[in-house]
Design a protein around this ligand. Structure first.
Ligand code: SF4
Ligand code: SF4
Length: 434
């Protein structure tokens, strides 16, 4: 085992391979506050990559309803329970010990999946580089099980007719939310660590994690070792497949969306109806730290403002998918899922300042990847009263600023205002005009 640095858990950890980092890293921010669970992203991915024989139950992109839904079923609850068993009452954070660069969320004092595998190998699964398990066929069978099923004590006790009054901010007593998921193209992938054939690799140019199909023998150790269960076995080829981050689009090879060859977002990102997704390529230093770049929208949201948080950072793979926590959900559930940065993130999202509100407009405004943004200030257009997480009210000032995005080549690719423009159809042109 080598020793590597994981900024998301704020400390060094053991990993089966030496530390090495790509020049750019594929990353994304999802905003579950806006996801409507329409599954357009899911079908965009499926109709592009997994429509063939043997891939019927393979959903590289899925959207599950939390807390009960999961694909495969119970993937996160199962691993959390295994980690707890390996380290009873020890899976805790020290959230006081922070540093913006090295440990923005504090220090995770428990065991990662790599450390837990060392400490407590599970003989029933054979030797393991990462603590994990192989889901059963049944658990893969229903990708959208428990869709829109709410949780909450009151709901359980008195039934749906009486729970209406219990859905008021800052936290709903009856709640659910949609969690959209793809492979996180982790910095320290559990799948890669687990592969006995060294068939899995991370591309140096963009950090995308791929499985070399000619080396794969279908042992499914990666299925076992990916804590997010995003490596999936295909029985017809007897190999494992996973999200490839639509790499031809990343390489600017889709001439329809990238006429000048600049990197474009993946199919699932580009199709998102709810405008919850923003994808980027982040510049990475040799030691794995992120190049300081506050004009890059992803750097700005994740590192500068810390409004978007990693999914289960305690697993230890340093995932490159980040989420703006849904503000109505009980905080202890969110902290378990996104770590101790939740309160800070929700506080900012509840009443975004002028700059943050402008950057949030970039979600799904364009198909090419935005590497840099600028803001043109506009007039004040209103004020609204908002409920803050502590239950108090605050007045938010609204300005009609314009955010401008530039692609990798420095070309302007998007220009969008905070106020959505409205258009009136001329009555004499369209029969259905008012
Ligand atoms: S999410 Fe899973 S499949 Fe994707 S890189 Fe991380 S460990 Fe591998
Ligand atoms: S397309 Fe967007 S809004 Fe619809 S389910 Fe997917 S992530 Fe959610």
């Amino acid at each position: 085992m080598a020793t590597v640095y994981n900024w998301q858990i704020g400390r060094e950890m053991s990993y089966p391979h030496e530390e090495r980092h790509p020049r750019l890293q594929f990353a994304f921010v999802f905003n579950p506050n806006r996801c409507i669970g329409c599954q357009t992203c899911t079908m965009a991915c499926k109709s592009t990559w997994t429509f063939s024989k043997g891939q019927e139950l393979m959903w590289w992109n899925n959207v599950e309803t939390k807390p009960y839904g999961g694909y495969p079923q119970h993937w996160d609850a199962t691993l959390l329970a295994m980690l707890e068993e390996a380290n009873p009452s020890g899976q805790v954070w020290d959230a006081r010990d922070t540093d913006a660069e090295k440990k923005p969320y504090g220090v995770f004092e428990g065991l990662t999946i790599f450390e837990a595998a060392n400490q407590k190998p599970r003989p029933e699964f054979g030797s393991q580089q990462a603590l994990g398990y192989l889901p059963t066929d049944d658990q893969w069978r229903s990708p959208n099980i428990h869709e829109d099923t709410a949780a909450g004590d009151l709901f359980q006790k008195v039934g749906k007719d009486q729970y209406g009054g219990e859905v008021e901010l800052p936290e709903h007593k009856v709640w659910f939310f949609h969690l959209a998921r793809i492979c996180n193209h982790c910095t320290y992938p559990g799948c890669l660590a687990s592969c006995p054939r060294n068939a899995i690799y991370k591309r140096p140019e963009d950090g995308v994690v791929l499985i070399d199909q000619s080396r794969c023998r279908g042992y499914r150790k990666c299925v076992e070792g990916c804590p997010y269960k995003k490596a999936m076995y295909r029985p017809t080829t007897r190999t494992t497949e996973k999200c490839i981050a639509c790499f031809p689009r990343l390489e600017g090879k889709d001439k329809v969306v990238s006429p000048t060859g600049a990197p474009a977002e993946t199919r699932c990102m580009a199709a998102c109806v709810g405008k919850i997704r923003l994808q980027g390529l982040l510049s990475i230093e040799e030691d794995g730290s992120w190049t300081k770049d506050p004009q890059n929208p992803l750097y700005y949201l994740i590192r500068q403002r810390q409004i978007a948080l990693p999914l289960y950072p305690q697993f230890g793979t340093e995932p490159n998918g980040f989420y703006i926590p849904p503000r109505w959900v009980p905080r202890d559930y969110l902290v378990q899922m996104f770590g101790p940065g939740v309160d800070h993130a929700i506080e900012q999202y509840s009443c975004p300042d002028r700059e943050l509100l402008a950057v949030l407009q970039l979600f799904r405004a364009n198909q090419q990847i935005v590497f840099r943004f600028e803001i043109d200030e506009g007039p004040k257009v209103g004020e609204i009263e908002v409920t803050m997480p502590n239950g108090t009210s605050k007045v938010q000032e609204l300005f009609n600023d314009t955010v401008i995005g530039f692609n990798k080549l420095g070309e302007e690719v998007v220009r969008v205002t905070v106020e959505e423009p409205t258009f009136e159809r001329p009555a004499d042109v369209h029969v259905n005009s008012i």
